[in-house]
Ligand binder design. Structure first.
Ligand SMILES: [Zn+2]
Ligand SMILES: [Zn+2]
Length: 466
């Protein structure tokens, strides 16, 4: 079956131009100057719409076990919500917990996802224990399983934490096999001291989650990760969920020195703050407990993060989607902020929230598409199959209406959450039509896809590898 998308403005990293896009089966067959495509095909009118590659959310945690509970979106509910928001690929984190075998963790993740996804999916691997076995597994995953990125934690001692020696060994392995090391850069040993001290003083409210994870301990860990990667012969390093000005300065300095250092931020750090959300009265702030934490509005973080997106010191925007319901899940931490499950749900809203940056004059249209689709595809070995509208690429296409409006809230979202981190936000733009591998799965707010149609995507190496 062929489909000609007519009258729209196609946006890619090299610019925006009026073009018609021919889809043949699951892939893009051709692009044409407006009005010059074949006349014997079904057409989809995109007049007045932006035609963009489907979003790629490179950081999600469906059904993640954390803090005695599970992230509340399954691969079914989470990928359906992603589709509604214009995201047609997710990269989720398979988990090796400390003491587990890497391949068992990966098999468990395949079992959760297979047959349940509405859009295509790939995996990173979390290494919760770097040892001889897991280092060997890294080679196998890169060579045989299509997994070319590994997340390590400088935080969460006793759960996912790796010490500096383990980090260095994993980085050396990655340098050899071409993988990217993704780093949760917070000094968890120091944070745990601050947490114990705060609780001993009776400081139990959600805001203390943020106050016990100061910016300095994100910047310090970011710096240390960059230095360790240097020792590992400039192993490719990707800092996840970067939230703060001084951590960004560390990344910028490394990039200025020509290093293989990259970073992502998330919408919550661009829009939400320590005072307004995490510091909400009573226990309400628990909704916004995530790590790294929301930062102070009295400092320079949000301004600097938007600037970092423009300058490419921040290459990617992911959501770190890790939803927990308020009732019974976030409530596990009533009276002790350290027991609040860490995470914010947002997989449905990333494309819209970043488009709002375009409306607000903080991001160009091209940079919007680059940070939500093209760069994550290149960063994680999915390009050019994903992340671009060009012949041969998968027909993952979003028609975006710049004159539409999106109101975000628990009444309208599709994520399995009993609240919204962005309740009441109004976006000046709207995801109108979502096409995944040639199939229209969302049309004007109506769902037409199906559970199980999403495929596992084995990934190659990062395009940015040198
Ligand atoms: Zn993390
Ligand atoms: Zn995460």
């Amino acid at each position: 079956m062929t489909l000609l998308i007519t009258g729209g403005t196609v946006i890619g990293p090299t610019g925006a131009a009026p073009a018609d896009v021919l889809v043949d089966g699951e892939t893009i067959a051709a692009t044409y100057a407006p009005g010059t495509g074949p006349s014997d095909t079904e057409t989809l009118d995109a007049t007045g719409r932006y035609v963009i590659p489907g979003g790629i959310d490179a950081h999600t945690h469906m059904e993640l076990p954390f803090g005695g509970t599970f992230a509340s979106d399954t691969f079914d509910t989470g990928t359906r919500a992603a589709a509604f928001g214009g995201t047609t690929t997710i990269i989720d984190f398979a988990v090796q917990r400390t003491g587990e075998v890497v391949r068992d963790g990966l098999a468990a993740w395949h079992a959760k996802a297979e047959g349940n996804c509405h859009v295509d999916y790939a995996f990173h691997m979390i290494l919760g224990g770097v040892d001889d076995d897991s280092l060997k597994a890294m080679d196998q995953l890169v060579a045989d399983e299509g997994i070319s990125s590994f997340k390590l934690f400088m935080a969460y001692p006793g759960v996912f934490y790796s010490d500096d020696g383990q980090i260095l060994r994993a980085m050396q392995k990655a340098r050899d096999n071409g993988a990217v090391i993704m780093m949760h850069a917070e000094n968890g040993i120091a944070i745990d001291v601050l947490v114990r001290q705060a609780l001993a003083r009776g400081e139990t409210d959600p805001i203390h989650h943020g106050l016990t994870r100061p910016e300095a301990l994100e910047a310090e860990a970011t710096h240390r990760a960059i230095m360790l990667a240097e020792v590992a012969r400039d192993c490719p390093l990707y800092i996840v969920h970067l939230s703060a000005s001084r951590a960004l300065a560390e990344v910028a300095a490394a990039r200025d020195a020509g290093r293989n250092v990259f970073a992502e931020t998330c919408p919550q750090y661009l829009y939400l703050t320590l005072e307004d959300q995490l510091g909400a009265p009573g226990f309400e702030g628990a909704k916004w407990v995530c790590s790294t934490p929301l930062r102070s509005k009295h400092e320079t973080h949000q301004r600097d993060l938007w600037q970092g997106l423009r300058s490419n010191d921040l290459a990617v925007v992911s959501t770190d989607h890790c939803p927990f319901c308020f009732k019974d899940q976030k409530e596990l931490g009533v009276g002790d902020f350290s027991k609040i499950p860490n995470g914010i749900g947002g997989v449905e809203h990333r494309v819209d929230l970043l488009y709002q940056g375009v409306v607000d004059g903080k991001l160009s249209l091209e940079r919007w598409v680059e940070t939500i689709a093209t760069t994550p595809a290149r960063m994680f070995g999915l390009y050019p199959r994903k992340g671009v509208i060009q012949p041969g690429s998968d027909a993952d296409i979003v028609l975006y209406d710049p004159n539409g409006r999106t109101r975000i809230g628990v009444e309208t979202h599709h994520m399995n959450m009993d609240h919204s981190a962005y309740e009441g936000y109004e976006i000046a733009g709207k995801v109108e039509t979502v096409i995944s591998r040639g199939e229209v799965i969302v049309s004007s707010g109506e769902y037409r896809g199906a559970k199980g149609r999403g495929k596992y995507l084995p990934r190659g190496l990062s395009s940015y590898l040198v």
